[in-house]
Write a protein that binds this ligand. Structure first.
Ligand SMILES: Cc1ncc(C[n+]2csc(CCOP(=O)(O)OP(=O)(O)O)c2C)c(N)n1
Length: 327
C-alpha cells in the first residue's frame, strides 16, 4: 500500500494558543482528579491520561460538532474538547445529579448524543463495532460526518477490534481508528501481548492505511487526523492512526505501577507533550511567559469552580433511579 501523503496545514496563532490551552486544561483536570481520589471525593475509578494529552487534543481539534467520538476510559479530555463543561464532567466524577449520567453510573460510561459523544462500555474493544455501526449510519444517511474511535494497544488484541476494522474496511466507512499505544495494557507490556511492533500494521489486513506516529507531538497527531478526516469525508474510508505514547500514572489511580522502572518513566517524562509544544510556540513567538501565566491562572480558576460546583451539587435521589430508562 503506498504511504499516506502528508497533509499540509496552517494554524493561526489563536488556534495554536487554543491547542496549548486544551493540553494544559486536560492535564490540570486529570491532575486535580488524582488528588481528589486521594481525598475520597471521587465515586468512580479514575484512569488518568496524564502524558497522553496530545492524542485527544490532536484528534479532536479538527472535529465538527456533528462528528462522533467514541472515547475510552482514559479520555476525559475528549469529552471536554467535544463540549462538555468542566463542572459537568467533575459532577460526573463525583456521581452527582449535575453529572452526565445524573449520578446513576460509574463515571466512565456516559455519552452525550447532542455533542457527538458515544458512551464507552467496559469490555475492551467493544466500542469499536459500535463505532463502525455509527459510521455506517453516517454513510447510509449520505452525510460527511466522521466517527473517531479510540482504543488501547491492549484492545487491539481482542476479536471485536478485528471485526470492526474488517467491517469498516469492506464498507469503506467514514471512521478514524485512534490507537493510544501507551506501552502497557494494565501491567502487560506490549512485547508480551503482540508479536509485531506497530498496531498500525493491522489496518493493512483490512484494506486501509495505518500509520504509526509520535503520539506526544500534538501537531503530528493533528496532521495525521486532518488527512484521515479528509479521506473519510471524501468517501475514501477508514484510517488507523497509532499514537505512540506513555501513561505516567498507573492503569488507574489505585495501581502503583510497580511493573515498570523509574528510568523508563523518566525517559518518557522527558518527552512530555506540553513542554515540547510550549518550546515550539515560544520559538515562533506565539506564546509569551505572561500568556502562559494567564492561561494557567484561568485554568486553575475553571477547575476550582468545577470542584466547588460538583462538591455542592445534590446527590442522586433513590426515587429517580429508574427514570430515563430506554426500555
Ligand atoms: C475484554 C476485556 N478484557 C479485560 C478487561 C480488563 N481490562 C480493563 S482495562 C485493561 C487494560 C487496557 O489496556 P489498553 O487497551 O492498552 O488501554 P489502556 O488502559 O492502556 O489505555 C484490561 C485488561 C476488560 N475490561 N475487557
Amino acid at each position: 500500500m503506498p504511504p499516506i501523503k502528508r497533509t499540509k496545514f496552517k494554524l493561526a496563532p489563536e488556534q495554536l494558543l487554543d491547542m496549548f490551552h486544551w493540553l494544559k486544561l486536560i492535564r490540570a483536570f486529570d491532575e486535580r482528579l488524582s488528588i481528589l481520589v486521594r481525598q475520597g471525593k471521587v465515586r468512580s475509578g479514575v484512569y488518568t491520561g496524564i502524558g497522553q494529552e496530545a492524542i485527544v487534543v490532536g484528534t479532536c481539534f479538527g472535529l465538527r460538532r456533528e462528528d462522533y467520538i467514541c472515547p475510552l476510559h482514559r479520555d476525559l479530555g475528549a469529552f471536554l474538547m467535544k463540549g462538555v463543561e468542566p463542572r459537568v464532567m467533575m459532577s460526573q466524577m463525583f456521581a452527582k445529579q449535575t453529572g452526565l449520567s445524573k449520578g446513576r453510573d460509574s463515571a466512565l460510561h456516559s455519552g452525550v448524543s447532542e455533542l457527538g459523544i458515544f458512551g464507552n462500555t467496559s469490555m475492551l474493544g467493544a466500542n469499536l463495532p459500535v463505532a463502525a455501526g455509527l459510521a455506517l449510519t453516517f454513510k447510509m444517511e449520505r452525510t460527511d460526518n466522521v466517527v473517531v474511535a479510540y482504543f488501547g494497544e491492549g484492545a487491539s488484541n481482542v476479536g471485536d477490534f478485528h471485526e470492526a476494522l474488517n467491517f469498516a474496511g469492506v464498507h469503506r466507512l467514514p471512521i478514524v481508528f485512534v490507537c493510544e499505544n501507551n506501552q502497557y495494557a494494565y501491567s502487560v507490556p506490549i512485547e508480551r501481548s503482540m508479536a509485531i511492533d506497530d498496531v498500525a500494521d493491522r489496518a493493512h489486513s483490512y484494506g486501509f492505511d495505518g500509520v504509526a506516529i509520535n503520539g506526544n507531538d500534538v501537531l503530528a497527531v493533528y496532521q495525521s487526523t486532518l488527512g484521515a478526516l479528509a479521506r473519510a469525508r471524501g468517501g475514501e474510508g477508514p484510517t488507523l492512526i497509532e499514537c505512540k505514547t506513555y501513561r505516567w500514572h498507573g492503569h488507574s489511580e489505585h495501581d502503583k505501577a510497580f511493573y515498570r522502572s523509574e528510568e523508563e518513566l523518566a525517559m518518557w517524562k522527558s518527552r512530555d507533550p506540553i513542554p515540547t509544544f510550549t518550546s515550539y510556540l515560544q520559538a515562533r513567538h506565539v506564546l509569551t511567559d505572561d500568556q502562559i501565566r494567564d492561561i494557567e491562572a484561568r485554568i486553575s480558576q475553571t477547575i476550582d469552580e468545577a470542584v466547588e460546583y460538583a462538591t455542592n451539587a445534590p446527590d442522586p435521589l433513590p426515587e429517580d433511579a429508574l427514570t430515563d430508562l430506554y426500555a
